[in-house]
Write a protein that binds this ligand. Structure first.
Ligand SMILES: [Zn+2]
Length: 254
């Protein structure tokens, strides 16, 4: 997991304060205090930890160090968006992610990429990662490698495509092996937003919130149909995640 930036630590502390999840800290000898200029509130950073610890539940003394389980900073989530790119929805998703300093992995359908190469480049230019989601959103089990879009995506984007996600989540040993020969790792998910069923914005938000846990990989869609509900849900979920000190990462935590 990458270290949090000062911005993220401050944003997290302020968000937790706003939600009443922590109380303002006072300096203690065992902690290094980083003041937050606007409010005069400090963030306790464990001097011995690589990424620092932000620990101050309301019911305990002002500064606690060495309580790994209680550290809200340890929370990561990998957001993934499937079935794009789509000229209507992908730019909106990218805009939201960028505004919230979030990263995500885009599981791209090769046919869509060929139609909209500029969107593939926009995804990469925004600092996101690419995932091959097959050329036509289908894989022939007898020739799994033939349906993969890795090479065309890599050429379009001029970058590595480190992940493969099987269409429909239908995996087999052959599919995994074919992905591996292209240097791709299989990408699943642990949080299913079910946004493709278009259940309404609130239902998508609720699904993700209920299933969220540290280290989660969340499945959403920026293509394959109308995604206005997904975009609206994402606008709510990004601040919600930040308010709980979730940091977005790529699926391998990088
Ligand atoms: Zn898909």
């Amino acid at each position: 997991m990458r270290a949090l930036t000062r911005f993220e630590i401050r944003a997290c502390a302020l968000a937790l304060l706003a939600h009443g999840l922590i109380t303002p800290l006072v300096p203690q000898q065992s902690a290094v205090l980083q003041p937050v200029a606007a409010s005069g509130v400090g963030i306790a950073v464990d001097a011995g930890a690589a990424t620092g610890s932000l620990i101050a539940p309301p019911s305990v003394p002002a500064v606690v160090t060495g309580v790994e389980d209680a550290s809200p900073i340890a929370r990561t989530v990998a957001l993934t968006f499937d079935d794009g790119p789509d000229p209507r929805w992908t730019p909106q998703v990218l805009d939201l992610l960028t505004r919230h300093h979030a990263v995500a992995t885009f599981c791209i359908v090769g046919e869509n990429a060929m139609r909209h190469p500029e969107l593939v480049r926009a995804i990469v230019d925004a600092g996101m990662q690419l995932c091959d989601h097959s050329h036509r959103h289908e894989i022939d089990p007898s020739r799994p490698g033939a349906g993969m879009a890795h090479d065309e995506l890599a050429e379009l984007a001029g970058t590595d495509v480190p992940w493969f996600r099987a269409p429909g989540g239908v995996w087999s040993a052959g599919v995994q092996q074919a992905a591996g020969t292209h240097g791709m790792r299989p990408l699943g998910w642990s949080v299913d937003s079910r946004d493709w069923t278009r259940p309404g914005v609130d239902a998508i938000v609720e699904q993700v919130q209920q299933q969220m846990s540290p280290g989660a990989v969340a499945l959403l869609h920026d293509g394959g149909g109308p995604r206005d509900q997904t975009v609206a849900a994402l606008a709510q979920l990004l601040p919600w995640l930040a308010s709980r000190c979730y940091v977005t990462t790529f699926p391998d935590g990088g």
